[in-house]
Design a binder for this molecule. Sequence first.
Ligand code: PMP
Length: 420
Amino acid sequence: MKLWYPYRQMKDLGQVPVMVAGKGTAMILEDGRRLTDGISSWWAVIHGYNHPDINNALIEQINSFSHVMLGGLSHPPALALADKLVEITPAGLNHVFYSDSGSVGVEVALKMALQYWKNTGHVGKHKIISLKNGYHGDTFKAMEVGDDSDFSNAFVDVLHRGYFLDTPAGGFDADAATIQQEASKLEDLLKIHAPEIACFILEPIVQCAGGFRIYSPLYLKAARALCDQYNILLVLDEVATGFGRTGKLFAADHAGITPDIMIIGKALTAGYMGHAATLATTRIFNGFLGDSYDKALMHGPTFMGNPLATTVALKSIEIIEKDHYLERIAAINAVIRNEFEKIESPAIADKRIVGAIGAIELKEDSMMAGFRDYAMANGAWLRPIGKVMYVMPAYIITDDELRKLIWIMRDWISHIYANG
Ligand code: PMP
């Protein structure tokens, strides 16, 4: 096998389906099969495949130029997108640094946080707090703050771990006492270790790759307040949650807070190509101003701000706004709630829903064996994470298509039950 696939033991790879065309939510395979994509290609393809308006914007830009370095040069889409991102992200995130993937966007965010303290004369703030079950990417620093051993087991000897707090308990609607209890875990840590801590990084509202664990906006509010009180930066990784996925344009909007640094990716470029942006407040940005390169952010991926990527992002945001996607996401949420309510089985450990995400956790990993093939045989592309099956569709999915995806999940679960 010449092509080395991700997250796979290549020894028993088996047959890999080959997609030859896409249209809307449909993935058309080489053998003519048509699958409805239930997970928007790792949560990126929010407008579906082959969107005519995005295609046209892209073709126009290709006919002008496809790439130019951002080192010492600029171009209209990069400038316009920076303006747009500042406008739509939480107030105060006034500066945009582009990169080429979510993982690199996280690296940039952590570099910003660590160097900010160095630049401003705070010595020894080197450690990072993150959450258990968090995932921030596969590059080294991103792995260090992530908590899934499947991704980082091979590297435990070289990772410099910081502090990990429990995933906040109580779900989206956690009561005040639970929030208080969870926040006190953060405060207990900060009381002792704040002088050595640079930042707290977390996926706001829902930890996606860690199994769609949802927590309360009130925890985010408490984290914001404690970070301010103890002089720690708050970094929100919105790579998965950004652009409407949790029901607000950004998950931070549920809490009405502004992080010091925020990372967006995935849906930023609607699945057309890889790109990310790390946004910072003016306080952080100003910490990098000085008379020499010593204080500058010495980072610059070749394809940062790529004209095609920034063109796609601009068009994508235009569509989100013009087509009232937040209303569409609310409708998707209602369908998921309605259908999930009807799914009951002793095989189910938990059902979790927020925005356009619906996840069902089964009791055992083994209950998921064969699910992907079953979904394919029924015309759907659904790829579980461990014992969690989920839908995270393109926002253009119809209610009927979405129901059918959920019925496939339901039927699989009842099949487990039928087999004891
Ligand atoms: N952060 C989060 C929250 C993610 O879900 C992911 C990707 N699943 C990343 C970072 C890494 O993004 P990428 O795969 O584009 O490097």
